[in-house]
Ligand binder design. Structure first.
Ligand SMILES: Cc1cc2nc3c(=O)[nH]c(=O)nc-3n(C[C@H](O)[C@H](O)[C@H](O)COP(=O)(O)O)c2cc1C
Length: 194
């Protein structure tokens, strides 16, 4: 069964990311066609990247924190990047984590859930370009959580499982596509020499 990781790209206090995580967890935990786990970059504080390129050093990790993240990412067959949009880009903390790693992502699919005034669209487009360099397969189907949802979540007693429910069909498309690619690429990776 494909193992999917949700990579959480915001580490801010009071982050909107927590609502997205709650919604995704609720929808994914009842599925019997995947296993998933959350990779919260808050749990992986890393120094600013200043090392030799991980594309060359591969799994020769320079310290325990990076080894821990790398070995965690290795477990997944596919990823969903959960991304905020800061100044029309994705977060620095996510780029830093990406730059510390490389081979762990190779030949695996990447799907995207973004939030912001235009649903994190600009951050997601940037991430798609970056994931190509990581030798990933970035997918078309994304979930864009528009600013209206962010405002709705600020209402007293707002429940993310209900507020974000209109996005369930988009999530279904994303997951269906991600699982197809995870399966296809997992088979293809197994046939690689070495
Ligand atoms: C430094 C900064 C820059 C931002 N720039 C944008 C932006 O360019 N586009 C946008 O839609 N929202 C922008 N926002 C608003 C974010 O979409 C909003 O704060 C959102 O909650 C961020 O996600 P997070 O709370 O999970 O970190 C920005 C927020 C911050 C803190």
């Amino acid at each position: 069964m494909p193992h999917v990781q949700l990579i959480v790209g915001s580490t801010r206090e009071d982050r909107f990311a927590d609502h997205v995580m709650a919604w995704l967890s609720d929808r994914l935990r009842v599925r019997d066609d995947l296993t998933y786990e959350i990779v919260d970059l808050r749990d992986h504080p890393l120094p600013f990247f200043d090392q030799a390129p991980p594309a060359y050093t591969k799994r020769d990790y320079p310290n325990e924190a990076i080894a821990e993240l790398g070995q965690l990412l290795d477990r997944a067959d596919g990823y969903v990047f959960l991304t905020p949009e800061y100044n029309h880009g994705y977060s620095a903390v996510l780029k830093n984590a990406i730059d510390h790693t490389f081979v762990e992502w190779n030949r695996k699919p990447a799907a995207f859930v973004g939030w912001g005034n235009v649903g994190g669209a600009r951050a997601i487009e940037q991430l798609r370009l970056v994931t190509v360099e990581l030798e990933m397969a970035p997918l078309r189907h994304a979930v864009h959580v528009l600013g209206s949802y962010i405002l709705a979540m600020r209402e007293d007693g707002a429940d993310p499982l209900q507020v974000l429910a209109p996005l369930d069909p988009r999530l279904e498309l994303l997951v269906t596509d991600l699982l197809w690619w995870a399966d296809a690429l997992s088979t293809a990776r197994a046939s690689l020499p070495g």
